[in-house]
Design a protein around this ligand. Structure first.
Ligand code: ATP
Ligand code: MG
Length: 283
């Protein structure tokens, strides 16, 4: 039985559970429980603080973990990133009071920086030959400059609105992060097979994300042009229509490009365009 450590509550909990549901692994939404088992797959979930996840994976108490890459790097355990999961995106950045002039990393020389990520920050400072004092605080790092605790902060940024609200500006991005699936050590043959199946399903989920199925009626004379507009996985499906000189064209597009493609297809005579959600794509 594969044991997977995920965050018990917090920003990654919901999306970790959603991801398992998306790949057909049904887990009780047992946020307050310590452990729960999947009904239809040989895995059990261990619910922990995110800080503890790299450690329990490294020492073998769990076979896999889902945690922010920022925590993996900060904790520094010998674990392997199996997959990037495409959620929990953020960055670890240095920020200073917004009215200060920033001249580059030398700005931090002799200053005090508040953070919950002292190891990553120390490495950045060392790499840039800057001597600064690190003040470790575990929460509300963003208030440190206004509270007189530090001159600057090194913290997680996603939209940047927390920095703006605290009159700070981001001056250095040190690490880009997202949720990752981590592992360590050897698995039994049975667990290895379960992991391979999970990775196969994650790949399918990754490919399907943000995709739409599109179909339309098209004059046959416009077919060549339409195929250029809609390069499908192999090539679009074309089906004859009862009306002479017309066909039906089916393909898959990225949601991001959808309206651009629709405009181009209409311009070459496409009619009756249908756009449908894609549940799974398995290559
Ligand atoms: P825990 O109680 O498990 O220790 P926590 O308070 O340390 O939780 P959360 O705030 O839930 O952690 O964040 C978990 C992870 O979510 C972060 O380590 C980071 O990888 C990711 N994340 C994405 N966006 C943000 C954000 N805007 N602020 C904080 N974390 C973010
Ligand atoms: Mg934490």
């Amino acid at each position: 039985m594969l044991r997977i450590a995920i965050q018990a509550k917090g920003r990654l909990n919901e999306e970790s559970l959603t991801l398992f549901r998306e790949i057909g692994i049904d887990i009780d939404d047992a946020k307050r429980k310590y452990m729960s088992r999947a009904a239809n797959f040989p895995v059990e979930m261990l619910y922990l603080r995110d800080d503890d996840i790299p450690g329990v994976v490294a020492n073998g108490s769990a076979n896999l973990g889902i945690v922010g890459y920022n925590e993996v790097v900060e904790k520094g355990y010998d674990v392997k990133v199996e997959e990037k999961l495409g959620f929990g995106g953020c960055r670890l950045s240095l920020a200073i009071p917004k009215n200060e002039e920033y001249s580059g990393p030398a700005y931090f020389k002799g200053r005090k920086i508040a953070t919950s990520y002292p190891k990553i920050l120390r490495k950045f400072l060392d790499d840039n030959g800057v001597e600064a004092t690190i003040e470790v605080i575990t929460g509300s790092v963003e208030i440190a400059p206004a509270a007189g605790i530090a001159d600057a902060i090194f913290d997680i940024v996603s939209s940047g609105s927390t920095l703006v609200a605290n009159n700070l500006k981001e001056v250095e991005v040190v690490l880009e992060s997202e949720a990752v699936l981590i592992s360590a050590g050897k698995l039994s043959a049975e667990d290895e097979a379960a992991l391979a199946e999970i990775r196969f399903r994650l790949e399918s989920a990754r490919i399907s994300r943000g995709k739409k199925y599109i179909l339309m009626n098209l004059p046959e004379s416009a077919l060549e042009e339409a195929v250029r507009i809609l390069p499908a996985m192999r090539s679009p499906t074309v089906m004859p229509l009862a009306a002479k000189g017309w066909c039906s064209l089916h393909s898959v597009v990225d949601n991001a490009d959808l309206w651009d493609k629709v405009r181009q297809l209409k311009a070459i005579g496409a009619e009756g365009i249908l756009v449908l959600n894609v549940d799974k794509i398995i290559l």
